[in-house]
Design a protein around this ligand. Structure first.
Ligand code: TYD
Length: 212
């Protein structure tokens, strides 16, 4: 049994997960919460190498199942090397994307078999699920417009996909939310950043039993 608390951040492109996380860190530090933040795909050396292969915009030939298996491989390595030791040490671990991204993008988005992805996720994580998943919801067009306006952000292979895929991804997230209302909490990411941060903080503190 791990002693820490595992949170995953999910959402379609441009929902602003990363900005919310950056704003949340000083608040958590002030509370004296030991926190590790990390991301998928990547997070560790082997994971970052797999990330480069997956997201390289020139890899247009990549098959959907190959893509899925690379995300799963990156997940396993990252979990073993980074997430599990931090949970064992009693930390709050916040991962930018985890199991639900594979279901939303490769399952609902690309149309791969959901049960197969569920199985692969469980195989890669030995059945570990987040204690809490914060799902940042935004209309697809609005999210993509935010990305287009942010010139600092690297453009990856998934960003270049058509609107249709991103719409299926969002619908996918909404049906995952429907199935696991206890684990997944929806946050309206179309609101101004400070409001989104405040709501996120409230949900997180509440679930962790921290006073506000
Ligand atoms: P990233 O630049 O980290 O995007 P974001 O800031 O939106 O999180 O790129 C990660 C991309 O990989 C993103 O488009 C979502 C996608 N992805 C999957 O398709 N499946 C997965 O299992 C994971 C973890 C990510």
């Amino acid at each position: 049994m791990s002693k820490g608390f595992l949170v995953s951040l999910e959402g379609p492109e441009g929902a602003g997960k990363t900005s919310v996380l950056e704003a949340l860190l000083p608040i958590l530090e002030e509370k004296g919460v030991g926190v590790l933040t990390t991301r998928e795909p990547g997070g560790v050396l082997i994971g970052e190498k797999i990330r480069q292969v997956i997201l390289d915009p020139s890899h247009t030939q990549m098959d959907a199942k190959t893509e899925l298996l690379l995300y799963i491989a990156s997940r396993r390595q990252h979990l073993v090397e980074k997430v599990l030791p931090a949970l064992e040490a009693g930390k709050l671990v916040i991962i930018d994307r985890f199991i639900d991204s594979s279901l939303a993008y490769q399952g609902f988005g690309r149309g791969l078999d959901i049960d197969a992805i569920d199985w692969l996720n469980q195989f890669a994580t030995d059945g570990l699920k987040p204690d809490l998943t914060l799902y940042f919801d935004i209309e697809v067009e609005e999210g993509l417009a935010r990305i287009a306006a942010n010139s600092d952000r690297e453009v990856n292979r998934l960003d270049l996909e058509g609107l249709d895929l991103h719409k299926k991804v969002r619908q996918g997230y909404l049906s995952l939310l429907d199935k696991e209302r206890n684990r997944i909490v929806k946050i309206d990411a179309s609101l101004p950043l400070d409001e989104v941060v405040e709501t996120t903080k409230d949900v997180l503190f509440d679930r962790m039993g921290l006073s506000k």
